[in-house]
Design a protein around this ligand. Structure first.
Ligand code: GTP
Ligand code: MG
Length: 178
């Protein structure tokens, strides 16, 4: 018998970090330089043949960056089982906001056993870094562990770098929970 799993996954982070672009790249294999801010929330669905007996329906909730200043996140986060927390590697302020997003998340949604839902940290727009992140790598390793992320990736929606890997890491963590 085949079983289906519906997984609600949140994509959060500050304005313009690339949440919508990451989802468009992952689901539709497209990228646009044009920026149009998301209003409220958008949705996308990706079907994964997880293993020979499991089909995963991945429901991606693309939350507008501007929602950090609103009260709607409690409604959007309900029943989510995982999250991608995104910052823009070229803008430090978006990295500082990561902990605000993580705290917002953990205060409003949790697993049945009370533990935080799995979250993966994405440093997006890595194609724009002239210098490598190598020197900062150990630091982000600690940051990830100290703040309860299950992993972190440098990503580029533009060049299609690590998008699949980051989302696979999250889905694996979610599937390992039960
Ligand atoms: P909000 O909906 O306002 O919260 O923004 P968002 O996080 O959805 O950002 P969006 O995906 O709309 O991207 C913002 C801008 O960054 C757009 O102009 C994108 O083309 C650009 N962008 C997104 N990802 C990348 C990337 O990996 N590399 C580069 N160079 N630009 C990117
Ligand atoms: Mg958007």
């Amino acid at each position: 018998m085949q079983q289906q799993r519906l997984l609600k996954v949140l994509v959060i982070g500050d304005l313009g970090v690339g949440k919508t672009s990451i989802i468009k790249r992952y689901v539709h294999q497209i990228f646009s330089q044009h920026y149009r801010a998301t209003i409220g929330v958008d949705f996308a669905l990706k079907i994964l043949n997880w293993d020979h007996k499991t089909v995963v329906r991945l429901q991606l909730w693309d939350i507008a960056g501007q929602e950090r200043y609103g009260n709607m996140t409690r409604v959007y986060y309900r029943e989510a089982v995982g999250a991608l927390v995104v910052f823009d590697m070229t803008r430090a302020s978006t990295f500082q906001a990561v902990l605000k997003w993580k705290r917002d998340l953990d205060s409003k949604v949790a697993l049945g056993n009370g533990r935080p839902i799995p979250a993966v940290l994405l440093g997006n727009k890595c194609d724009q870094l002239s210098t490598g992140l190598c020197s900062k790598l150990p630091k982000l390793e600690n940051f990830t562990r100290d703040h309860g992320f299950v992993g972190w990736y440098e990503t580029s929606a533009k060049d299609n770098t690590n998008i699949d890997a980051a989302i696979m890491c999250l889905v694996e963590s979610i599937m390992a929970v039960e």
